[in-house]
Design a binder for this molecule. Structure first.
Ligand code: AMO
Length: 415
């Protein structure tokens, strides 16, 4: 990889550069080759023998050029390489997709897909969002942890779990780091985060589901209200997106015009959202209802919306209840799509066990977690954020496949 700055500093010198062949133009006396490396494009001018060699370069092959850096106003970056030799290092003998190919074909060929700057930019944005969000947390004293992904029991609900063989026994792929986040808090770590893969055996082909995705998880001690967690998460997201826009603004605007700052986070109770939608009951909102709510609230200028007081019936056993029927939990919707579930956790062992029984669960294989609450558990809470969903929605993409490096879904175990 080279940058314009590095090459510009070598004007007058002989250098060797390598890169992908982004364009060639062969004229009767002269050949122009554009080499691409990351975001940089470098013009190469070839005469004589070097021109003959340039004729052999196919589009997107990998090539090496030796030559002198000269100032050239008309070239990208204001300089070019006058080639002495052009070498075809590795030919591109096929090119399976184009920028206009549908997402399925692009997912089949990540090598070809990410040579396109717009596609690579989505991965860079995601990397920046992740770094800014973890930076935000680290500045506030959060510690990054890595929890195991092989477990003796399902970590969330029993359905949607992948079973794997484990030395003659059954193991399960973690659906979330939930148990370990809470164990870290009970262990006295105070504030933690984890960014890592989680697995859900969801036979869903929807634009928002993957069977393996990156979960951005946070947990902290001393939390008594879901509003404290919402405030923390919204501040983290806003600050991260603001920094991404500040550093990548012009290029983002060119490729992803929808990438803009979200509004301030607003809070609605779940029942208020139902009233707006004209629905009732204890069930979660469907994707369509979330989308409709998103449209209604966006018309009022809100695109980041927390729904609180979510019914107990739709929540896992470890959420803190609010009265008989509600929970101190929330969902965060961004542009009409759920990106987060968060909650104050039930930290009282006896009540936790009652809630487990009420959900008709045995807790088998989760004893290590359940017994931890007998060792003195602080009040605590946290949230899990779908990182790729956040990136895709920020960039205005139709779904998470468009923002994934490599997608895992039903029927997609390769590449
Ligand atoms: P939940 O199951 O709601 O909560 O997951 C948290 C967030 O993860 C994302 N997500 C997904 N992304 C892509 N594909 C999927 N199949 C998928 N499923 C979920 C969503 C979702 O909001 N332990 C709790 C979190 C907590 O309470 O801290 C949990 O896992 O963005």
């Amino acid at each position: 990889m080279y940058t314009f700055e590095e090459i510009a500093a070598q004007v007058g010198q002989k250098i060797r550069v390598e890169g992908f062949v982004a364009a060639t133009r062969i004229q009767s006396q002269i050949a122009f080759v554009v080499l691409a490396s990351g975001a940089s494009k470098l013009q190469v001018v070839a005469l004589g023998e070097a021109r003959e060699q340039a004729k052999l370069l196919m589009h997107q092959s990998y090539a090496a050029v030796e030559g002198t850096v000269v100032a050239a106003k008309q070239a990208p970056g204001g300089f070019e390489i006058q080639a002495e030799s052009v070498e075809l290092v590795s030919p591109a003998i096929q090119w399976p997709i184009s920028v206009d190919s549908e997402i399925g074909a692009k997912l089949d060929w990540p090598v070809a897909r990410f040579r396109e700057r717009k596609e690579a930019l989505a991965l860079i944005v995601q990397s920046e969002i992740e770094a800014e969000m973890t930076g935000f947390l680290r500045r506030r004293g959060f510690v990054g942890i890595h929890s195991p992904k092989l477990m003796a029991a399902p970590s969330e609900s029993g359905s949607e779990v992948f079973e794997v063989k484990y030395f003659g026994e059954k193991a399960y792929l973690a659906q979330s780091p939930q148990a370990y986040k809470q164990i870290a808090i009970m262990a006295g770590l105070g504030k933690i985060y984890e960014v890592g893969p989680v697995f859900r055996a969801e036979p869903s082909f929807s634009s928002r589901h993957a069977t393996e995705f990156i979960s951005f998880d946070v947990e902290l001690e001393g939390v008594k209200s879901e509003y404290e967690i919402i405030e923390l998460e919204c501040a983290m997201i806003s600050e991260a997106l603001q920094k991404v826009i500040a550093t990548m603004g012009p290029e983002l605007a060119r490729h992803y015009p929808m990438a803009s700052m979200p509004s301030q986070c607003v809070v609605f109770e779940f029942a208020e959202a139902q009233a707006l939608l004209g629905v009732s009951g204890d069930k979660s909102l469907s994707a369509e209802e979330e989308r409709r709510l998103g449209v209604m609230l966006q018309e009022r200028g809100h695109d980041l919306v927390a729904l609180t007081r979510v019914p107990w019936k739709q929540r896992p056993f470890y959420h803190m209840r609010e009265g008989e029927t509600l929970t101190r939990s929330f969902e965060l919707l961004y542009r009409g799509v759920e990106i987060t579930t968060g909650a104050v956790r039930e930290h009282r062992h006896e009540i936790l066990m009652q809630q487990l029984a009420e959900k008709e669960l045995t807790g088998k294989g989760l004893e290590f977690y359940l017994d931890s609450f007998k060792l003195g558990a602080p009040p605590h809470g946290g949230f899990g954020l779908g990182l790729v969903r956040l990136t895709a929605l920020f960039l205005g993409m139709p779904g998470i496949k468009e923002a994934s490096f490599v997608h895992r879904g039903p029927g997609r175990l390769t590449p």
